[in-house]
Design a protein around this ligand. Structure first.
Ligand code: AMP
Length: 280
């Protein structure tokens, strides 16, 4: 199973990734953790990333893509992985698609944790206070100012990924403000649904069309179909339901069909229309 967890800093991606590791026996790949390890070890990547991370900005795509590409090739990632904090830009997402396609793989699901940014800032401020009280060491980017910059970077560079993955039909959005247990259950249901859809697609020779994107699966890749099936269906339905000029509106705001007229009434009104000519 290959999953991407999407959501702003503090949304709970790390916590949920750990739950998924236990449940599915796959590895968690956190680019933030990998970069922090590189900074701590003083590697060339760490030296480049150190100041950028401390400011709350994003490390350049080519650095992060190279780290992930290397990591997912390792044996422990063969069974699957959860990407936590990657991709964070559209070019990173496109690079991930290419990386996986080269290996004949694809993502199973992209889970978006939706959160309220204002509540998030308060949540993180509380967490930092509690860590200070416990005497725990803080991350260089664990303070209100840097958090605001990280949220701004998320809104500008990462939020567009929601549309990117919605377009691919792999996006599952979940309320990240619910309790940890509820979020875990919602992710479980979303992944089961994604697996069910993949299973049905496989049974029907991968011709099953994704209900939300108008894309169909060919091999392991999702490609846009030439036929806009949904639009045709809607157009047909509109023709069937077209209300007559006498149609009115119900209290609930729905259109209702024109009242049926008896055969006699119809004959009468037809005569009325013809009558001026007859009198000439
Ligand atoms: P995180 O622990 O995921 O919040 O990441 C901490 C910091 O590492 C971020 O604020 C970025 O500076 C950097 N970082 C982590 N992942 C990425 C990524 N995919 N692309 C660019 N920078 C990243």
């Amino acid at each position: 199973m290959r999953i991407v967890l999407l959501g702003p800093p503090g949304a709970g991606k790390g916590t949920q990734a750990k739950e998924l590791v236990t449940k599915h026996g796959i590895v968690q790949l956190s680019t933030g953790d990998m970069l922090r390890a590189a900074v701590a070890a003083g590697t060339p990547v760490g030296l480049k990333a150190k100041d950028i991370m401390a400011r709350g900005d994003l490390v350049p795509d080519e650095i992060v893509v190279a780290i992930v590409s290397d990591r997912i090739s390792q044996p422990d990632a063969k069974r699957g992985f959860i990407l936590d904090g990657f991709p964070r830009t559209v070019p990173q997402a496109a690079a991930l698609d290419r990386m996986l396609a080269k290996k004949g793989l694809s993502l199973d699901a992209v889970v978006e944790l939706k959160v309220d940014p204002d509540i998030l800032v308060r949540r993180i401020a509380n967490r930092v206070e509690q860590m200070k009280l416990r005497g725990e060491s803080l991350r260089a980017d664990d303070n209100a100012e840097v958090l605001k910059q990280r949220l701004a970077a998320y809104a500008a560079q990462t939020a567009p990924l929601v549309e990117y993955y919605r377009g691919q039909g792999s996006l599952r959005s979940i309320d990240g403000m619910a309790s940890i247990e509820d979020v875990t259950s919602a992710i479980g249901r979303a992944l089961a649904d994604a697996a069910f859809r993949r299973g049905s697609a496989r049974k029907t020779g991968r011709k099953a069309r994704n209900s939300s994107s108008g894309r169909k699966r060919v091999g392991r890749k999702a490609v846009r179909s030439k036929k806009p099936v949904k639009k045709v269906k809607r157009a047909k339905a509109a023709t069937r339901r077209k209300p007559s000029s006498k149609a009115g509106r119900t209290k609930a705001g729905r259109t209702k069909s024109a009242p049926r007229r008896s055969v006699r009434n119809r004959q009468k009104s037809n005569k009325a229309v013809r009558s001026p000519r007859l009198t000439k």
